[in-house]
Design a protein around this ligand. Structure first.
Ligand SMILES: [Zn+2]
Ligand SMILES: [Zn+2]
Length: 220
């Protein structure tokens, strides 16, 4: 009785499509997120190297000062030279770190674009689910009302169940199989005079051989 609801089917398809859109947005986001994490740990490693180089440079400068105070110019110059090469290495690390920041900016904007895509896909899924649920409830309620329109009674002949709608003009007294059996008891024969067909019931004691018209004509 509950027929196929095409709107419900359309909404189910839209919900499935929205779910696929969420999945593919997630799939796009994951590698960007992994790349961002990779860059972040490279920046951390660069920060560690920078802290080491700074400490080394500072130590060399300290040593240089002490040697100058001790009038040990030769060692002081050596420490100064080493401090400067640490400073140069430090500068290279800063440049490398700047490169990571640039990569990070790109990854961040890609991540944000993918994230907003995921958010709108999730919104679409939420709307599609709500619409599907609302339609489902409406279809269920309509089916419930339709069920209430159907009643049952017993067949006069066999006592079997007859289902009928309350708004039917004519409610049958016989069930389908009894109706079939009853119909099969009617036969046709041909009028002996005019050849037209005559319908008769097999329970009749007398089977007419001439039709009503011919009978009426002969009676005149
Ligand atoms: Zn019956
Ligand atoms: Zn006749």
């Amino acid at each position: 009785m509950a027929g196929k609801d095409y709107e419900l089917e359309r909404l189910a398809n839209e919900r499935d499509a929205a779910r696929r859109a969420v999945d593919s947005a997630k799939a796009r986001l994951d590698p960007i997120s992994a790349r961002r994490d990779g860059i972040r740990s490279q920046i951390e490693a660069a920060n560690d190297r920078i802290a080491d180089l700074k400490r080394s440079a500072d130590n060399e400068y300290e040593a240089m000062k002490i040697c100058y105070q001790a009038r040990n110019k030769y060692d002081a110059e050596n420490h100064k030279y080493r401090a400067q090469s640490f400073r140069e290495a430090l500068q290279r690390e800063y440049d490398i770190k700047k490169g990571y920041y640039t990569q990070m900016e790109v990854a961040k904007s890609e991540f944000n674009a993918a994230l907003s895509e995921l958010r709108s896909a999730k919104d679409r899924l939420r709307r599609a689910r709500d619409a599907f649920q609302a339609r489902l409830q409406a279809v269920k309620a309509a089916n419930e009302r339709e069920r209430a329109n159907w009643k049952e009674k017993s067949c006069k002949c066999c006592g079997g169940t007859i289902r009928y709608r309350v708004d039917w003009n004519r409610v049958p007294d016989l069930c389908k199989s009894c109706q079939e059996r009853e119909r099969a008891k009617w036969h046709e024969t041909t009028c002996r005079k005019c050849g037209r067909s005559i319908r008769y019931h097999e329970d009749w004691s007398h089977i007419p051989s001439i039709c009503k018209d011919c009978k009426a004509a002969s009676a005149r």
